[in-house]
Design a protein. Structure first.
Length: 85
């Protein structure tokens, strides 16, 4: 889920876990460097540059609601046209 957030926001991710997977993820969601599950160590890697603001980072969840509102109106128009009203 955290990798999906990096893609949505266009920002890199540095993730540290006590007993899990630690990683550096670029803004495209690709893993740059990581430590596997249960391994102890240090990741010595630079943080990738962020992307320009993405559409999602500018408008947020409103795009999700506008999409479903558009789908609702398209469906109601289709039903209305098929019923002949």
């Amino acid at each position: 889920m955290a990798r999906m957030r990096t893609i949505e926001e266009g920002l890199p991710l540095a993730r540290a876990a006590n007993n899990g997977i630690s990683a550096i993820v670029d803004p495209y969601g690709a893993i740059v460097d990581q430590l596997g599950l249960g391994r102890v160590g240090i990741i010595d890697s630079g943080l990738p540059e962020p992307l320009p603001p993405t559409l999602y980072s500018r408008v947020g969840d409103i795009s999700f609601f506008l999409f479903w509102l558009q789908q609702f109106f398209a469906l109601s128009l289709t039903v209305r046209l098929r019923s002949g009203n």
